[in-house]
Design a protein around this ligand. Structure first.
Ligand SMILES: [Zn+2]
Length: 245
């Protein structure tokens, strides 16, 4: 309810919910449990009933973990989702790249191998065909630690995958609120994605009502300065285009 109220206060016409997907078994301490799903659906239904002036979307942010595709397919059938977001937080050796408790794993020259590992899963996430768009592309920069040199060597294959599959990506303003102090992804990624004809969305990834639509002006300005004139809207997993404000 508080998120819907915040969205109206900020003049939004639409608000999308996308909690973190449950896993088949309890997995970590920051996602829904399987048994939380009915309450999630009920809360979204309640917000829709209470705020009919707001176009409220039911989404889910799904962690892509190679080998668990069947589970995502199962989740996809559990509700009338407006969109499923693919995201990568976990690297193959089982740790989450954006968790502050793992910050030391990025240090001491490890950034390059972390990024290689992350972007390889990110490309698989795009190519899985399970998702409508993919979240926070360059998440491993969260703590302000990046590999040296031109980062195109990490972005290139994922941008090709987006262009080939038609999957969209988001500009996520949560990066502005972290040490990296810029949206996910960096400008270079947005420029290349635009040149490749990849559609964009803009999201604030709010984990509290105060962050709803945070940084939108900057994100819209970034998208426009890279050539974008429109964004996407998803309804029951069908997309339509909307001009950027
Ligand atoms: Zn995420």
């Amino acid at each position: 309810m508080d998120y819907a109220r915040a969205a109206l206060e900020r003049g939004l016409g639409e608000l999308g919910f996308a909690d973190h997907n449950p896993m088949p078994e309890p997995f970590d301490d920051w996602r829904m449990l399987r048994e939380d799903l009915p309450r999630y659906f009920a809360e979204v239904a309640k917000a829709r009933a209470e705020f009919p002036q707001l176009n409220i979307k039911l989404g889910l942010e799904c962690d892509f973990i190679p080998g668990q595709e069947k589970w995502i397919e199962e989740l996809a059938g559990m509700a009338e989702w407006d969109y499923l977001i693919g995201s990568v937080h976990y690297l193959p050796d089982g740790w989450d790249v954006d968790n502050p408790k793992n910050i030391s794993r990025h240090m001491g020259g490890a950034a390059s191998s972390v990024w290689h590992s992350y972007w390889s899963i990110y490309e698989q996430c795009i190519r899985s065909g399970l998702f409508d768009f993919v979240a926070h592309p360059d998440l491993p920069k969260k703590f302000g630690i990046r590999p040296e040199g031109d980062l195109l060597r990490f972005y290139g294959r994922s941008i090709d995958a987006l262009a080939e599959t038609g999957v969209a990506f988001e500009i996520n303003t949560a990066g502005l609120r972290n040490h990296c102090a810029e949206p996910y992804p960096a400008r270079q990624f947005v420029e290349l994605a635009h040149a490749a004809g990849v559609p964009v969305l803009i999201n604030s990834d709010a984990h509290r009502p105060g962050d709803v639509a945070a940084g939108y002006d900057q994100a819209i300005a970034l998208a426009k300065s890279c050539g974008y004139t429109e964004t996407l809207r998803f309804t029951r997993r069908k997309r339509s285009t909307v001009p950027l404000p």
